[in-house]
Structure formats: C-alpha cells, structure tokens
Design a protein around this ligand. Structure first.
Ligand code: PMV
Length: 363
C-alpha cells in the first residue's frame, strides 16, 4: 500500500479557528490473533476480529487555533474528567509517531476528553477503543481542512493512524468483521490498515454474543509491546505464523457457511496458542489465572453435556470471552449465572455483541 496517500498535500485552515469532534469507537475481539510484529507496527501474521458494541471509548477533541504553529503537538487530556499522566504520556508519543500524517495539528491546541463504557480497572484493554476513537476524531477534523481527503481514504486513514497507536486498534473502525494483514484469500487485505473482508457473513454471526467474564481486573503483568517483541526469537514462531495464515483462510469459509463447531475449534485453539506462545517465550509469562482455567474447563463440560455452541477466547490477559449465537442466550446466561460468575472478580461480567464500528456523536 502506498502510504503517501495519507500525507496531506494541501491544508485549508484559514478561518477554521475552533472545531469540535466527538466519536464513539468500540473494542474488538480477535478470532485469529495478532501476536508478533515486524518493522513499524506491521503484523507478523494477519488477524481477523469481531467488532464489539457495548465496550467502547468516547472521545471529544476541541481543536483551538494557535497564534503560531509549534513543532510539538500541544494538548491537554482528561480521562473520565481527570488528568491522567500515564494516558497523557502514551498520547504524546502517539502524536509524535503520526505527525507526518497530521501536519495540521501543529496549528492547533487540542483539548481531549475521553471515557470508557467499561470500568478502567476491569482488565479490558482500552487501547483498541481508545486509539481508534482518537484517530477517527483527528481524521474527521482533517476532512474539514483537506480538500483531497475523500470519505473512502478517510476511513482507511483512521484505521492507519489507529494502528500506529496500538496494532489491534486498526480493527475497531468498522465492522462487524475486520481483517488486518495481507492474505491472498482476502481481496484488498493490507498490512497497513484493517478492512472489512469481502465475504458474505452468514446470518448466524450477525448478532453473535460475547459475554466477557472479568476474572481478574488487575493490570496485565506484561505489555503487549514486550509480548510481540518476544515472538522475534521465539522457537515456535515460524510454525505459529503458518498456523495463523491457515486459520485465516479457513475462517473465510466458516464465516460464510456458519459451521459453528469448526468456528469454535479454531477460536479456542487460537486463544490457547496465544497463551502458549507467551508461556514458551524467554522470559515467559503466564497471564491466565486459576479461575481462567476453571472457567474454561466448565465451558468445555457444559458444551459436551448440552451440545451448545458456546466457545471461549482470550486476549493477552486472564479474562474469558464467551462467544455464542443469540438463539442460545437464555440457556447460556443461565449457565453463566449459575456456574461461571463464581470465577469472576466481584461476580462481574460484561454482555457484549457484534457492532459496526466507530460513529460520530452530537456535541
Ligand atoms: O494491539 P496490541 O499491540 O495491544 O496487541 C493485541 C494483541 C492481542 O489482543 C493479544 C491479539 C489481537 O489480535 O487482538
């Protein structure tokens, strides 16, 4: 992909003294996982995800024209109404990363306020929803001042910028399914941006459910940046990347034919492979907790007893995502309430489902 299309050639900021953008962007859950990168946020293997709906970040940015342009991007950030040093540092480094693509930001001072629908300490990573919400706000502003930016390129650019904040964030811009990373079975798939795959999604998936068991609300013991880095000299990396590519190819068929058994087999294999990669890294990390394993075991037993289509996946943490068709919601919620909430911290879990990506909010 020629990323020069994301560098604005002409800016019309004359008269644009103040402007506000407010967007909501959701989190996403990978079916086939991204774990390992090359170069600047280029994935070592393609990944495919479901975009979520109820776990989201809302971000508002006020762009205020300055008397004079500055080399650094000047901003103030409030997270849930308060200053937050760690987010401010992350956003400052993100702005530094993207400045070639957002030269207009040096003319403005940014007042950013952001909040999540899920509790901050829930063990749910906010980087996907956070960086995607931030990126769509920037691109929506750019659409006002860059006459060459059409809506198709604007969508790609939002994904492109989000990726530079956090890889998986590029998959949150649209939905309900996104692929990120080149794969010869997916037309238009690219390493630099995530796209909606060219397939006809089986209706069984359209309102698919994701109930997230909050097993451990603590902060992860390893950042994903370090985790991705450990794939570089990983003894099983080559085989893992081959496996991910094969799973992506098979997922293309499954998402169309609705084979839920094979869907679940790949889903769970991907989750356990991701964690196996971490456990066989040097140094190793064990991010599952005893209750993660107990919940997984209970899900397996329930499935064997009931013939249900309930399968799990995991992120780089202890929480368990339970994926299942909406038609089974009653029985499965019953099972969760009776047998799984005991494994959740304070019995907390989040009910989510497939969504369609970021959208603009009224200010
Ligand atoms: O976006 P990052 O760099 O935080 O990596 C996320 C990686 C996983 O969540 C573990 C898998 C994925 O594909 O989302």
């Amino acid at each position: 992909m020629n990323t020069k299309i994301f560098i604005p050639r002409e800016l019309q900021i004359e008269g644009v003294n103040e402007h506000v953008e407010k967007w909501r962007s959701p989190s996403n859950i990978a079916l086939v996982k991204y774990w390992g990168k090359v170069g600047h946020q280029i994935p070592a293997n393609p990944s495919i995800s479901f975009t979520l709906k109820n776990s989201y970040t809302e971000t508002e940015i006020k762009f205020i024209k300055k008397e004079e342009a500055s080399s650094d991007i000047e901003f103030e950030l409030l997270f849930e109404g308060e200053k937050n040093e760690s987010f401010t540092t992350k956003v400052a480094s993100y702005f530094d990363n993207i400045k070639v693509y957002t030269p207009y930001l040096k003319y403005y001072r940014l007042e950013i306020s952001t909040s999540n629908s899920f509790p901050h300490s829930s063990g749910i990573a906010s980087s996907a929803s956070g960086f995607s919400a931030l990126s769509v706000c920037l691109v929506a502003f750019e659409e006002k001042i860059n006459p060459e930016l059409n809506s198709r390129v604007a969508g790609q650019k939002a994904s492109f910028l989000a990726r530079l904040g956090s890889g998986s964030a590029c998959r949150s811009i649209e939905g309900p399914v996104m692929i990120w990373g080149e794969h010869d079975k997916y037309r238009l798939s690219a390493n630099e941006v995530a796209v909606v795959p060219d397939l006809k999604l089986n209706p069984i998936f359209e309102d698919y459910q994701d109930t997230i068991l909050l097993i451990d609300k603590g902060v992860k013991s390893v950042s994903s940046t370090i985790g991705h880095g450990l794939m570089q000299d990983h003894p099983f990396a080559k085989q893992r990347f081959i496996q991910a590519n094969n799973h992506i190819a098979e997922m293309r068929e499954i998402l169309q034919n609705g084979d839920l058994k094979r869907f679940g087999e790949i889903l769970e294999s991907e989750a356990l492979t991701l964690h196996s990669m971490m456990m066989t890294s040097m140094p190793y990390y064990i991010l599952m907790k005893p209750n993660t394993l107990l919940a997984i075991q209970a899900v397996k037993e329930y499935r064997e007893k009931s013939g249900s289509n309930l399968y799990f996946t995991l992120d780089a943490g202890a929480n368990v995502h339970l994926l299942y068709p909406k038609s089974e919601v009653k029985e499965i919620m019953n099972f969760i309430e009776k047998e799984l909430v005991v494994y959740c911290e304070n019995q907390h879990y989040i009910c989510d489902e497939l969504g369609s990506g970021a959208f603009k909010l009224k200010v």
